[in-house]
Design a protein around this ligand. Structure first.
Ligand SMILES: Cc1cc2nc3c(=O)[nH]c(=O)nc-3n(C[C@H](O)[C@H](O)[C@H](O)COP(=O)(O)OP(=O)(O)OC[C@H]3O[C@@H](n4cnc5c(N)ncnc54)[C@H](O)[C@@H]3O)c2cc1C
Length: 285
């Protein structure tokens, strides 16, 4: 189900499907997820704050800086670092996991906005990126520009339902080839390869992309806070979501569930058509 094929002509040196011997090539690959950054605590500053409020020895068992920071920001609200620091508080919840799981169960999702993750999604389609950018809250986005990056060769993920039909698959690949030829012909007609003026090249590159397929593979940088990523994982791994975005957010979940176990400890997964459906009783905190 989830082996999305990347069609890439003249790039990888692998035979074209259906035994075609010509120079066209095809590579079986999946869109890739890279976690490239995460929240880091400035220990000196945090210790300064703990000294300042009178709990210099406060410690936690958080497995990551991001989870520790969320706990600190949450405890700050009620001064619940230790009993008596706030005279109204006689008992505090000990430990990072119980603390964060309580935050999640009571729906104080804003506390989770302090932890940030940075991803690069590589070889995803513009179908995927169009869907991804609909998530507006708590995210940062940098998308490969097809105004600047000229399309010399096209590659695209091929959904399973297309792969399952040989005739449909051949038509899909042929169309890709034709669209790639269109890009090359336009480059010839307008002489863009020998052009020096970058402003004109940019204008032409932007014009050429209008006849590129929405399925072509591209790259996007995506940063988000824990609250936002929980919501997106819940929505985009549901079986009703599109195959590629389910695949990508299934990978995202696999990467982060063990790295931040106390933020994602309430999640369960169910396999549906070979992809994980990530579920929780505490949706959209
Ligand atoms: C299976 C599926 C099918 C879809 N089909 C379509 C479709 O056919 N057409 C289409 O246009 N879209 C479609 N979408 C996209 C969908 O409508 C949302 O735009 C997308 O999922 C973003 O989620 P979100 O609205 O929760 O926004 P996010 O940006 O992820 O926001 C998170 C939460 O913040 C709050 N919020 C965000 N912005 C505002 C605001 N401006 N005002 C008040 N509260 C806000 C909301 O509570 C929101 O749920 C589909 C999504 C899925 C998962």
């Amino acid at each position: 189900m989830h082996d999305l094929v990347i069609y890439a002509r003249n790039t990888f040196g692998i035979a074209y499907p259906n035994g075609n011997e010509k120079e066209d090539v095809m590579k079986v690959i999946r869109p890739s997820v890279f976690l490239v950054g995460e929240t880091k605590i400035v220990e000196q500053g945090l210790q300064g704050y703990l000294d300042h409020i009178g709990v210099p020895d406060w410690k936690t068992d958080a497995p990551s800086d991001a989870e520790k920071l969320c706990e600190v920001m949450g405890r700050l609200c009620y001064k619940s670092f230790e009993p008596g620091l706030n005279p109204n508080v006689t008992k505090v919840r000990e430990g990072n996991r119980p603390y964060l799981q309580n935050v999640i169960s009571v729906g104080h999702g804003s506390v989770l906005e302090h932890g940030y993750l940075n991803f690069i999604f590589a070889d995803v389609s513009r179908v995927f990126t169009h869907e991804l950018v609909r998530h507006r809250q708590g995210v940062g986005i940098s998308q490969e520009s097809l105004r600047y990056v000229r399309l010399e060769s096209l590659s695209a993920s091929i959904p399973t339902c297309i792969q399952e039909n040989e005739v449909g698959m051949a038509l899909f690949c042929k169309t890709m080839e034709q669209l790639e030829d269109v890009q090359r012909e336009l480059a010839d007609i307008y002489g863009i390869r020998d052009m020096k003026d970058f402003a004109v090249k940019k204008k032409l590159t932007s014009a050429f992309r209008r006849v590129a397929p929405i399925g072509l593979a591209t790259n996007i940088g995506w940063s988000c806070n824990f609250r936002a990523i929980r919501h997106v994982i819940e929505m985009r791994t549901e079986p009703v979501a599109e195959e590629e975005i389910r695949l990508v957010f299934g990978q995202v979940f696999e990467i982060i569930r063990g790295r931040y176990p106390n933020i994602f400890g309430d999640y369960e997964t169910e396999d549906v058509d070979g992809l994980p459906w990530v579920k929780t009783a505490h949706r959209k905190v």
